[in-house]
Design a protein around this ligand. Structure first.
Ligand SMILES: *Cc1c(COP(=O)(O)O)cnc(C)c1O
Length: 354
C-alpha cells in the first residue's frame, strides 16, 4: 500500500476461529484473533505491533474516560469471489480519522501505521473474513487519550488500536424513523462532522425515547430551527424525489459518509441527477403525501442501504411506498455489493486487496 513499516507480530497460541458459528454472528460481538496497537508519547508514535486481541491495562485517571478525547472509524473488508480479501475505500476512512483527530485536538496517525498496519492485520486474520453474500469483516480503528491526569487539557499520550469482527449481512425490515425536533445531535461549529465518542453518547437518550414510541431510529434536524433534515443514527439520509437522488449537504453538523459519497458517485455514473442541498421537513412531508418522494433510505457502512418505511413527524406517521416498488435504492445496494465481492468491475478503484 503506502510506506512499509516493519510491524512485529505476536501470533496467538490459541486461535478462536474454529469456535465461531459463522452462520449466526451477532454484529460486533465476536472479535478476530489479533489487533494492531500503537502508542503516542513524547510527540511521536511508537511501538506499533500486532498482538492477540485481549485486555488492556489502563489507569482509572486516563483522560479519555473523563473528558472524552476518543475517536473511531468503521469500515469493512470483503471476501471476494476469487477468494481474495479486499478492503472498501480504506484511504477515505484514514483521511476522515485524521480529520476527527484534528477536531478533538489529537495527533494524526501516520499512514505507515494506519494503512500499513491495517493491511498486515487483515492479511494475518484474513481467514476471519466470511464468505457469503453481504457478509464481511468489520474493521474498527480508534484512538483515545491516555494521560493519567485529572484536569482538562489535551493529553500528551494516546493509544491507537485496530481490531476486526466478522459480521453477517445486515438485514432488517424497513425502518420506522422519528423526526427529532427537540433534541439535537450537532450544532454549527460543534463536532458533528467528527466520529468522536461523545456524539454517540449524546444520541442514546433521544434514541431510547424514540424506541419507546415504536421507532428504531431518529432523523436528526438542524439544531437552530429543527426545520430541515440532517442524518439518522450512524447513517446519512437519502431520498428519491421525481427520479432524482436528494440528500442533505454535509457541513460541520453532518458526518461525511463514505457510503453516501460512493452512492452519489454511482448514481451520477448512471445519469441519475443528484442534489446535495437543504431538505426541509415541509418538503419531506408534502413529497411523501403527494407521492413525489418515492424512496427514503439510510446509507452507512453497517447496513449499507437501509430502506425506510415510515417517518414519524409531530405525532403523524408518513408512509413511503412499498419497498418492492422501489427502483433506485435496491439497484444501488446491489451495485455496491457486486463491486465489493468483485462480481462487477471496480470502476472507481475502491477496493484494496490485501
Ligand atoms: C459513520 C457515520 C455515518 C456513515 O458513514 P460511512 O462512512 O458511510 O459509514 C453517518 N453518520 C454518522 C453520524 C456516522 O457516525
Amino acid at each position: 500500500m503506502t510506506d512499509i513499516l516493519e510491524i512485529p507480530i505476536l501470533k496467538t497460541a490459541h486461535s478462536r476461529l474454529s469456535e465461531v458459528d459463522f452462520d449466526n454472528l451477532q454484529f460486533g460481538k465476536v472479535m478476530s484473533d489479533h489487533m494492531l496497537i500503537a502508542e503516542y508519547e513524547n510527540g511521536e508514535w511508537e511501538n506499533a505491533r500486532i498482538v492477540p486481541y485481549g485486555e488492556l491495562g489502563l489507569l482509572p485517571a486516563i483522560s479519555a474516560l473523563h473528558y472524552g478525547q476518543a475517536i473511531f472509524e468503521g469500515m469493512k473488508a470483503y471476501r471476494m469471489e476469487n477468494g481474495e480479501v479486499a478492503i472498501f475505500r480504506p484511504q477515505a476512512n484514514f483521511d476522515r480519522f485524521n480529520l476527527s483527530a484534528e477536531r478533538m485536538c489529537m495527533p494524526a496517525v501516520p499512514a505507515d501505521i494506519f494503512m500499513g498496519g491495517l493491511e498486515q492485520l487483515i492479511k494475518l486474520d484474513s481467514a476471519w473474513a466470511p464468505t457469503g453474500a453481504g457478509n464481511s469483516l468489520y474493521i474498527r480503528p480508534f484512538m483515545f487519550a491516555t494521560d493519567a491526569f485529572v484536569g482538562i487539557r489535551p493529553s500528551e499520550r494516546y493509544t491507537f488500536i485496530i481490531f476486526t469482527c466478522p459480521v453477517n449481512s445486515y438485514y432488517a425490515a424497513p425502518l420506522r424513523v422519528k423526526v427529532e425536533t427537540h433534541y439535537t445531535r450537532a450544532a454549527q461549529g460543534g463536532t458533528g462532522f467528527a466520529k468522536c465518542a461523545g456524539n454517540y453518547a449524546g444520541a442514546l437518550l433521544p434514541t431510547k425515547l424514540a424506541n419507546a414510541e415504536g421507532y428504531q431510529q431518529i432523523l436528526w434536524t438542524d439544531a437552530e430551527t429543527h426545520t430541515h433534515l440532517e442524518e439518522s443514527g450512524t447513517m446519512n439520509i437519502m431520498l428519491v424525489k421525481e427520479g432524482k437522488l436528494i440528500t442533505p449537504k454535509t457541513a460541520d453538523t453532518v458526518l461525511k459518509g463514505i457510503t453516501r459519497d460512493s452512492i452519489i458517485t454511482l448514481a451520477k455514473s448512471w445519469g441519475i441527477p443528484v442534489e446535495e442541498r437543504t431538505i426541509t421537513l415541509t418538503e419531506l412531508v408534502e413529497g411523501i403525501q403527494q407521492g413525489t418522494i418515492t424512496e427514503a433510505f439510510g446509507a452507512g457502512t453497517a447496513a449499507v442501504v437501509a430502506p425506510i418505511a415510515t417517518i414519524g413527524y409531530e405525532g403523524t406517521d408518513y408512509h413511503l411506498p412499498e419497498v418492492s416498488t422501489w427502483t433506485v435504492a435496491p439497484k444501488i445496494k446491489e451495485a455496491l455489493n457486486a463491486i465489493r465481492i468483485g462480481t462487477a468491475p471496480d470502476t472507481f478503484d475502491w477496493m484494496v486487496t490485501v
